[in-house]
Design a protein around this ligand. Structure first.
Ligand code: SF4
Ligand code: SF4
Length: 255
């Protein structure tokens, strides 16, 4: 039995507290192999601000989506049912159902809103994962370990934002051009936005932030005294997706 099959069997047999002893027996390096060592990130807390006024300035803009797709080997299966989404757009009145009203600015209603994993402060997806394939780092990034994922999709059911996608088929043949610097996934695995943790580890901005021709996305450490994202959030009015759920998204929308 290979490691993934073993994890699948174990994950389906033991959940919650019953599973804990098994997790403890697995090598600790598995839990911390991605990105920078957590000690160096302990003081940072990443956040993103999306300026919807700037987003609305370019019709049918796909700068962020195309950059993310290219860099993260996101497949295109050619049908919406199987779509793998890291960052995508949706109408304002769908994204902010609870906030749109008769006097919402026309410009906001017209422009598609970019949406992604919110890297929630209290992520329900993390709580339900039986194999710890998804976890929250000290710097706030909600991570995925594709090798530990058994494809039970509990996390997808728990995420109130539809931010996770499942590979129903082998994605490799559906990737336009493979970026050898980032892992491809396999059939039966869940994936989602990782705030470009692999780029942050090299001192680079997330791909979507860098690619945005309108400079609508601002990313940074909200704990840093001179952080641009912190300054923007202190100065401008911002909203979060479904804030009433208590998940505390760290993706903010500037109106
Ligand atoms: S948006 Fe969904 S997938 Fe992302 S951290 Fe929150 S609950 Fe988890
Ligand atoms: S599908 Fe989601 S909940 Fe299930 S093992 Fe994978 S990451 Fe964890």
């Amino acid at each position: 039995m290979d490691r993934r099959s073993f994890l699948k069997l174990a994950g389906l047999s033991f959940t919650g507290l019953a599973f804990q002893p098994l997790a403890d027996l697995l090598p600790k390096t598995v839990f911390a192999k991605d990105g920078l060592p957590t000690e160096t990130l302990a003081l940072q807390k990443w956040a993103m601000a999306v300026d919807l006024n700037l987003c609305s300035k370019k019709d049918n803009c796909r700068d962020c989506i195309d950059a993310c797709t290219r860099i993260h080997n996101i497949p295109d299966f050619g049908n919406p049912k199987d779509e793998i989404k890291w960052i995508w757009t949706a109408p304002y009145k769908d994204v902010f159902k609870d906030q749109a009203h008769a006097f919402t600015k026309e410009i906001l209603l017209k422009a598609p809103v970019p949406v992604m994993c919110n890297h929630c402060e209290h992520p329900p997806c993390v709580k339900v994962c039986p194999t710890k394939a998804t976890w929250k780092r000290e710097d706030g990034i909600v991570m995925m370990d594709y090798h530990r994922c058994i494809g039970c999709r509990y996390c997808m059911a728990a995420c109130p934002y539809g931010a996770r996608s499942f590979n129903w088929r082998n994605p490799r043949p559906f990737i336009k051009s493979i970026n050898e610097g980032f892992p491809t996934r396999t059939k039966g695995v869940v994936e989602k936005c990782n705030f470009c943790e692999e780029r942050l580890a090299k001192g680079l901005m997330p791909a979507c932030v860098e690619a945005c021709s309108q400079k609508a996305l601002t990313f940074g450490d909200i704990r840093a005294p001179r952080s641009k994202v912190k300054a923007l959030l202190s100065r401008r009015y911002s909203i979060q997706r479904r804030a009433y759920l208590g998940t505390e998204p760290v993706v903010y929308y500037l109106l």
